[in-house]
Design a protein around this ligand. Structure first.
Ligand SMILES: N[C@@H](CCC[C@H](N)C(=O)O)C(=O)O
Length: 284
C-alpha cells in the first residue's frame, strides 16, 4: 500500500484535490488516472468528494510545471480555468519565495501564462476557437463566424452556439436561468452527436452588456458551481453576437469572475482567486 498526500482547493466552489508529483514519482495508477480510482476519490459522500483531480507534474515543454486534470468520471479534459487557479494558489501557498509572480503551466491545450496581480490570479486563457473541426462540432458556421444551429432534445428546441477554450463548450441563451431542468437537459446536450467529443453546456442569461449569469453542466462531471473556461467561452460567443462588451462580470452559482477579451482580439483573460480547503491522505 502507498500513502498519497493531497490538498483540496476550490475556485468558486469548483473543487479539486491536488496531488503534487513535482518532486517524487507518483504510482502509475495515479499518473494514468485509473478510472475506478478517480471515480471513487471524486465521489461525493463516499470518497473525498470533488469535481476533479489535478496532478502537478514536472514540465516537459519549457514551462514551470505541467497540469494533468481528470474529471470526476475519469475522463481527461484539455484545460480547466478554475483548476489552473487552484494549482497556482497551491504553488503560492507552498512556496517560500514571495517574489515569483509569473508562471507558465503546460496543459493539453498548450502553455498557459499566469500572472499574480494585486493578490489575484490573472490567467491568459488563450484565444477562443470557433473552427468547428477544432471544437469539435458538426454545427455550421453562422454569418457572425460562430458554429451555431438548432438541436432538439426531449421535444425542446435549442439554439446552440459552440466555442472551444481548449475544451468544448455549448452556449444557450435563455430569458432566465431560473427553473432550468439542468439534469435532464444537461446530460442530453453534453452527449449530443453534434459534439463528437461531448461538450460542457452553459445556459446563459444576459443581464446587461457587462453582466451575464450562467448555469453549468460540465462534461464528465455534471452540474458544477463554476467553470472558468465556460465563462470565457460565453463571453467569446456573446461578444461576437454583439450582445455584450469585451469586459464582463460573469455570475456563476459559486461566485463571480471578471472576464476580459480586450477589443475582441487575441487572448481572453480571467481574473479570480482560489482557496485552500484542507489536506489529507489516502492509501492505494
Ligand atoms: N471546471 C473547468 C472545466 C473542467 C473540464 C471540463 N469538465 C471538460 O471536460 O472540458 C473550468 O473551470 O474550466
Amino acid at each position: 500500500m502507498t500513502l498519497i498526500g493531497f490538498k483540496k482547493y476550490h475556485g468558486l466552489g469548483n473543487d479539486f484535490i491536488i496531488i503534487d508529483g513535482r518532486f517524487s514519482l507518483l504510482p502509475s495508477s495515479i499518473v494514468s488516472a485509473e478510472k475506478h480510482l478517480v471515480i471513487s476519490l471524486c465521489k461525493r459522500h463516499y470518497g473525498i468528494g470533488c469535481d476533479g483531480i489535478i496532478l502537478i507534474l514536472p514540465p516537459v515543454a519549457g514551462g514551470d510545471f505541467r497540469m494533468k486534470i481528470f474529471n470526476s468520471d475519469g475522463s481527461e479534459p484539455e484545460m480547466c480555468g478554475n483548476g489552473i487557479r487552484c494549482l497556482i494558489r497551491y504553488i503560492l501557498d507552498d512556496s517560500e519565495d514571495d517574489f515569483v509572480d509569473s508562471f507558465i503551466v503546460e496543459t493539453l491545450a498548450g502553455k498557459i501564462q499566469i500572472n499574480i496581480e494585486e493578490g489575484n490570479i490573472k490567467v491568459d486563457m488563450g484565444s477562443p476557437i470557433f473552427a468547428p473541426e477544432k471544437i469539435p462540432t458538426t454545427l455550421p458556421i453562422n454569418e457572425r463566424g460562430i458554429p451555431q444551429g438548432r438541436i432538439t432534445i426531449l421535444d425542446q428546441d435549442f439554439l446552440v452556439s459552440a466555442c472551444s477554450m481548449g475544451n468544448p463548450h455549448a452556449i444557450i441563451e435563455v430569458p432566465t436561468i431560473k427553473n432550468i431542468p439542468l439534469y435532464e437537459w444537461g446530460q442530453k446536450l453534453e452527449t449530443h452527436p453534434v459534439f463528437p467529443k461531448y461538450t460542457n453546456v452553459h445556459f446563459v442569461q444576459v443581464k446587461s452588456r457587462s453582466e451575464i449569469e450562467i448555469l453549468i453542466w460540465e462534461r464528465g462531471c455534471g452540474p458544477t458551481l463554476a467553470c472558468g473556461t465556460g465563462a470565457c467561452a460565453c463571453l467569446a460567443v456573446l461578444a461576437k453576437l454583439g450582445k455584450c462588451n469585451d469586459l464582463i462580470l460573469v455570475k456563476l452559482p459559486g461566485g463571480e469572475l471578471e472576464i476580459n477579451w480586450p477589443k475582441m482580439k487575441g487572448s481572453i483573460f480571467m481574473i479570480g482567486d482560489a482557496k485552500y480547503v484542507y489536506s489529507g491522505s489516502f492509501n492505494i
